[in-house]
Write a protein that binds this ligand. Sequence first.
Ligand code: ADP
Ligand code: MG
Length: 713
Amino acid sequence: MPSLDSNIEFLKGVGPQRAETLKSELGIFTCRDLLFHFPFRYVDRTKFHKIRDVHSEGEMVQFRGILRRLETLGAGRARRLVGSLRDETGMVELVWFQSLHWLEKSLQVGKEYIVFGRLSEFNGRFNITHPEMEEVAKAAGEDGVVGPGKTFDPVYPSTDKLSQKGLDTKGLRKLMRTLLDGLAPNELPETLPDYLIGQFRLCSKWRALSDIHFPENQNDLDAATRRIKFEELLFLQLRILQLRTRRKDTIRGFVFERIGDIFNKFYEEKLPFELTNAQKRVVKELRADMATGKQMNRLVQGDVGSGKTVVALMAMLIALDNERKSDDAPFQACLMAPTEILAQQHFTGLTELLSDLGVTIGYLSGSVKGKKRQAVLEQLASGDLQILIGTHALIEDWVQFKNLGISIIDEQHRFGVEQRSKLWRKNPDGPPHVLVMTATPIPRTLAMTLYGDLDVSVIDELPPGRKPITTKHFNEHHRLRVQGFMKEEIAKGRQVYVVYPMIEETEKLDLQNLMSGYEAISRDFPAPQYQISIVHGKMKAADKDYEMQRFVRGETQIMVATTVIEVGVNVPNASVMVIENAERFGLSQLHQLRGRVGRGAEESHCLLLTGFKLSNEGKERIQTMVRTQDGFEIAEVDLKLRGPGNIEGTQQSGMLRFLLADLARDGQILTAAREIATRILEADPALAAPEHGRLRMHLASEGKEARVWSRIS
Ligand code: ADP
Ligand code: MG
């Protein structure tokens, strides 16, 4: 019997040819790889459905019946193989679009089959597309019994090529049996301490891996699943927490102990409002971070409109009030935003907030060129410029600070990891403190994982006086009503956004759509009574800025735009957000867009316009928006609908690849794993205690992956 790490070729029943196919089709090189090739579902052979009794589309069904008909219909892309299956209660249609040739040869009319698949409805009739077929005669167990008597059968993902080599689900089951039967339990050593296994009533590692392939019943399968998920999430948390401790211990940071004139003067004389308690708390946390002598690495999460900008500004002022020990050079600060519009707005806003304080503040982006750019760069290098605000341009190598003390990144999920880390290197004296901000609410479970090695502050309170935003859903029929409503609001002196979707894949069409929308609005809202701005990503920066400024100054009442306005734009007098083709936007995008209104003291409205027919998912997104304004609730729904891999900022991480764990569904296990990992590391940071030997060994054996993860933040 080969060991777990031996080449799959040497497992009985494999051989060189099958080994080749296993490698190319499934990436299975060793026996261990095979063991971790988990079933993607199970067939409960204990029951057959009756064709007459099933009614709901989408249901997974298993029938036993005679194949009555099999024929190829259509041509070209519509070519399909259609069969009819009859049991004693009725008839159901079977349809295939792929592997027709192979199926035609292997299926036989008149034979009895076990048919398994998902029920769908077409023209009022049920069918099963691409059902799994197993001939009854061949499916019988050794005792000749089909169905009852057998319990759970694993189903493995397979391909044509695998099937041709006899490695369909049945073939793979057989190999898996051979492997498990030949495996000595000590080949799969336990990885969790006994006390945890006892405390959480987990099954052993050996048992879990064996049962994940061949459970006797649902209970065994559930226990195996729970054990494997728990282990995955526990090790993930241990890794993240260890990285974080290590970082905190090793990366020194500038010490900003002083709260000086600039900060105090701003706070006492310039700040136009009272900070919310949440803002005060976060400012305190930032102050504490920057005084420790370790580099600050903090994420500030706060829903749209929660007032992150002023918090960031105060962190910058703390830097400005402090000096480098060696030459008394005061520290500088920078703020980077993902779009020109947003960066401009920050520049204008902060310049105003800082007026009369004697603070110098500059702006830099790709569109700042020639002499202007030269001037900014010189002042930056000489230290004359204290605060720099801008876009991606800030991270370019030619941008050199004299003494950068803090880097702030707004809407951080819009930036890549690499881009963020470049700001670290802008001071040869040592890394500046880093503050990243995001308005994309991330569910707690995901934040714990994604940002597990950052410190997180949450601004969980909106400034007072905000009126809630009323959100309504309209379709094409209501267009006139929507228009009438816009006119009413404009008559009251308010401003209106009309947003169109724009994605790369359908850019041309989207742009046409936007332009014809703009023309229609221009007709319905004629000049000179109405003035309209338009902003989209294909415009020159200067034009965008011009249009934007007209809207900000209130010279235009309507802003027709794409999602370029999604991020951070702040026009308090705008109280209506109309979103065209709302079904095409993701939930977090819709939430961000809605956050553009409700910023003043006026009652605000969000109107979601869609077509008539919506997919289930589209419907749920719209309903969620209408139901709630709570960013975190919306993020939870988003996570459920899309899965964690699609949440902004997680794609690049690659760390969320699990065998079984699912961050959208396993929040409870994740929370438990997080708590346990924290407790373990608090008591035994190096995992040196004998009872943690297994944990230590397992972590060490997977150290390579951990290194990749350390780059995430
Ligand atoms: P976001 O968190 O979305 O970046 P901003 O920082 O743009 O939010 O703030 C939104 C608006 O709220 C701005 O007009 C800002 O001046 C205002 N604001 C921020 N904090 C307060 C506060 N404590 N009281 C009143 N208004 C505030
Ligand atoms: Mg903002």
